[in-house]
Design a protein around this ligand. Structure first.
Ligand code: HEM
Ligand code: HEM
Length: 225
């Protein structure tokens, strides 16, 4: 739809699967944190397996999903990142049909730390050996405790990244008057001209979701049949 007064177009930016991934991840991370704090470890592991499912989904979607979700469309080299960085002080805003080069690195960092978080969780054991992840029996107690220490550290790293992530969204809203949140909710963004993005069919999302659920379930069994 063209907004003639401002000469901009509203076009689809984020597909449903990417948006569901994002907001489910936010909810599940909050729940993982709450369940660990209150020592509801059965719930904590369940939330963790769900996050594993989401991560497997997103990694596959980064290769087989819609144009704006593909890693090849948004992960850029240092030169592109640097030249984007230099446009940050300017108040002018040119919408990118996907993540901008800097945002892309924050996505990569968030996904990387999340992978570290769930992998270390699978091997973790608590101080009295009562609560553990399903792979902790593959390592000795001290190694399981070392995994638990990294699990705690990576959670701190995750918190730092999330604060930066939300601060970036606020920066764009205040400094550049760009609402990034609305497209992540409704799927549609405002552009100077139609970005002409391509979107993957629903059947592909369902197929990828089945694989993701399968891997999450298998992880919960400690990768045993
Ligand atoms: C636990 C907290 C959060 C985590 C782990 C997280 C993680 C992520 C990830 C991984 C992406 C990339 C999406 C993709 O391509 O799949 C993303 C994008 C995004 N997130 Fe979050 N997020 C969190 C909280 C929030 C909150 C609270 C907001 C709103 C204020 C938000 C707004 C956005 C927006 C607007 C984008 C798209 C950015 C762009 O236009 O490039 N996120 N987030
Ligand atoms: C979304 C991903 C996850 C987050 C954000 C998360 C976060 C946390 C946090 C904050 C703690 C408390 C650390 C402490 O202060 O002692 C914890 C402990 C623990 N988590 Fe996770 N976790 C996640 C995934 C998992 C997974 C997938 C498993 C295994 C199935 C797991 C197993 C454990 C265990 C066994 C502990 C107890 C370790 C200890 O008491 O030292 N976590 N987790």
């Amino acid at each position: 739809m063209r907004d003639t007064a401002n000469s901009t177009v509203w076009a689809k930016l984020w597909d449903g699967p990417t948006r569901i991934f994002h907001w489910a991840l936010v909810a599940l991370l909050g729940f993982s944190w709450w369940s660990a704090e209150t020592r509801n470890m059965e719930w904590h592991r369940l939330a963790g397996y769900s996050v594993i499912g989401l991560l497997v989904f997103r990694l596959l979607w980064g290769f087989f999903g819609s144009g704006s979700a593909r890693f090849s469309s948004f992960v850029k080299g240092p030169a592109a990142t640097w030249s984007y960085l230099r446009t940050l002080p300017s108040r002018a805003y040119a919408a990118t049909p996907g993540h901008n080069p800097l945002g892309a690195w924050s996505v990569v960092a968030l996904l990387g730390v999340l992978i570290l978080q769930v992998v270390t969780g699978l091997f973790s054991v608590d101080v009295d050996g009562l609560e553990s992840g399903p792979l902790s029996d593959r390592v000795d107690f001290d190694t399981g405790r070392a995994f638990a220490a990294v699990h705690e550290l990576s959670f701190t790293a995750l918190q730092v990244l999330v604060v930066l992530h939300v601060a970036a969204v606020i920066f764009y809203a205040v400094h550049k008057r760009a609402d990034l949140v609305r497209p992540m909710v409704t799927g549609r963004g405002k552009f100077q001209s139609d970005p002409g993005l391509t979107f993957a069919p629903l059947w592909r999302a369902l197929l990828v979701a089945v694989v993701a659920v399968g891997v999450a379930w298998w992880a919960s069994k400690g990768f045993r049949f």
